[in-house]
Ligand binder design. Structure first.
Ligand code: DX5
Ligand code: ZN
Length: 236
């Protein structure tokens, strides 16, 4: 597929602002456009989970689905690539209309992957599994737009939030503030109205939620409830 950057970048918002990113993983895949349309007024970004059956044991969706959804919504697409070889697909995601891509630091070749995302006009994110330490991302903080601290081991929706990740979130926040860096800090996994305030207090500002939003009969209300809970979180 074509490797040219997309011409129309959607506004990601200001780094550090609270954002709610519903995760498509828990939506009804038979009616994705409708589900996205329903939740869009209450969402800032749409989180798109891409699993390759290798880096994680599950397989989900790829660039053709992103391209189809692109025609139905102007939402910012935050693509989380749980893949061993993201370099083979980044161009396809950019062409399909992804706005930001996040690759895992555990797959290595991080400098090259960040350079590739930049060349494609993508916002660049770096994800860490729950047991990957802050030190793994520290050298790249000046090169990325987003750090994703996984609050579950990637691969499946509906898992329980791992609170032990919170000190790492706080470490990332402290480093970002110390350097006055325009970097968003995202958490993903087990986020709901109870855990969102915990994550926000620790320093996260982009909250991904799948089950808590699309598992709710009124997904837009669930997204707003998570936003309110995070907004009311006590400061660190
Ligand atoms: C997990 C995915 C998450 C997942 C979160 O591998 O990266 O984005 O959709 O789902 P919940 O909110 O159900 O934990
Ligand atoms: Zn995700």
């Amino acid at each position: 597929m074509d490797q040219r950057p997309t011409t129309q970048a959607r506004d990601p918002g200001r780094a550090g602002d609270l954002r709610i990113a519903p995760s498509l993983l828990s939506a009804d895949f038979g009616m994705l456009a409708e589900q996205v349309g329903e939740v869009a007024p209450a969402a800032d970004w749409l989180h798109v989970d891409v699993m390759d059956g290798h880096f994680v044991p599950n397989v989900t969706i790829g660039p053709p689905v992103v391209a189809s959804l692109r025609r139905h919504t102007p939402l910012f697409f935050d693509c989380h690539l749980m893949m061993t070889d993201p370099d083979r697909y980044l161009g396809d995601f950019a062409s399909a209309g992804a706005d930001g891509c996040t690759v895992h630091v555990e797959v290595g070749r991080t400098d090259e992957l960040i350079a590739q995302m930049r060349a494609l006009g993508l916002r660049a994110g770096l994800a860490l599994n729950p047991d990957t330490p802050f030190e793994a991302v520290r050298p790249y903080l000046r090169q990325v737009d987003l750090v994703l601290c996984m609050t579950v081991f990637p691969g499946f929706g509906g898992q329980s939030f791992i609170a032990d990740v919170m000190p790492k979130v706080t470490q990332v926040r402290a480093a970002v503030e110390e350097g006055s860096l325009p970097v968003d800090i995202e958490v993903d996994g087990g986020i709901d109205i109870t855990t969102a305030p915990t994550a926000a207090s620790a320093g996260a500002n982009v909250l991904v939620a799948g089950t808590a939003i699309f598992g709710h009969e009124r997904p837009w209300d669930a997204a707003e409830a998570i936003r309110s809970a995070a907004r009311d979180a006590p400061p660190r």
